[in-house]
Design a protein around this ligand. Structure first.
Ligand SMILES: N[C@H](CCC[C@H](N)C(=O)O)C(=O)O
Length: 262
């Protein structure tokens, strides 16, 4: 079967998107996702998403990691699928859609390539030694680092993701370095890609929340974060216990489209 696909990227976190409103791909299997995401034998991407119909919502986001397993929430993917929904004419400039972690609201710029996506509220942050562990739709480990530019993120991230505590469920490992008063540089080793990616949306969200806690900041907070693939921005409120009104903001661009035999 020939299928039409769209390739998007958000700060260099890249995805294959497919319009599945007709439901033709209901039973897409692990091998097919893995092949489509393969950078040599397929289209290439850190993940694959299906845009599906969902009663009461503009659409439903179904997300798979590049290894073919159905993943948890993907922040940059969420931003890209909003741009895709606008491109398809499913939405205009605002949307309410359903993802695996619940309801998401988002706003998209008139040009269609800048998306502000509301993320789920967060109230639990745990510590593992010096690191923070929290779930922003996906599970994240956040560790302060120095000389992050030259850090061996693959090997250090791999070791943490595969240690006995996290091996079975997996975790995304974020290293963060402060660059100025309230701005950070972040590099992430992603579960399901099992490699460093150029950006991770739920990851930078986790970093922004963990750094607010770490720095005893409360109130309305805005945290710009630089990643390998560009710049992202996180806005939220923190009352010392709960993080709410969390928005992940940044670019989402259509790169190319085509058809492929499935
Ligand atoms: N790149 C994604 C994270 C995907 C989640 C996945 N790696 C997992 O936890 O299984 C993001 O922008 O939030």
């Amino acid at each position: 079967m020939q299928i039409k696909f769209y390739k998007y990227q958000g700060a260099g976190n890249d995805f294959v998107l497919i319009d599945n409103r007709e439901g033709d791909l209901k039973d897409i299997d692990k091998q097919a996702v893995e092949r489509l995401c393969d950078r040599r034998f397929g289209i290439g991407g850190d993940g694959l998403m299906l845009l599906e119909n969902e009663p009461g919502f503009d659409f439903r986001m179904v997300y798979y990691n590049a290894d073919g397993n159905e993943g948890s929430m993907c922040g940059n993917g969420g931003r890209c699928i909003v741009a895709f929904a606008k491109h398809l004419g499913v939405i205009n400039d605002t949307t309410k859609f359903l993802a695996t972690d619940g309801v998401h609201h988002a706003k998209i710029s008139e040009t269609g390539n800048w998306v502000s996506l509301q993320m789920i509220d967060v109230s639990d942050i745990n510590q593992d030694g010096e690191a923070y562990v929290l779930n922003t739709g996906s599970p994240h480990y956040v560790k302060l680092a120095t000389n992050l530019k030259v850090k061996d993120v693959y090997n250090e991230g791999y070791a943490i993701r595969n240690n006995p505590t996290y091996k079975q469920e997996g975790i995304n490992v974020n290293f963060v370095e402060k660059t100025s008063d309230d701005s950070y540089f972040v590099r992430t080793f992603e579960r399901g890609v099992e490699n460093e990616t150029y950006a991770c949306g739920t990851g930078v969200t986790a970093v922004a929340l963990a750094m607010a806690k770490n720095n005893h900041q409360t109130g309305a907070i805005t945290t710009p974060i630089k990643v390998l693939g560009g710049d992202l921005n996180i806005r939220f409120n923190y009352d010392g216990e709960k993080f709410s009104n969390i928005f992940l903001e940044g670019p989402a661009e259509l790169v190319f489209e085509g058809t492929i035999e499935l």
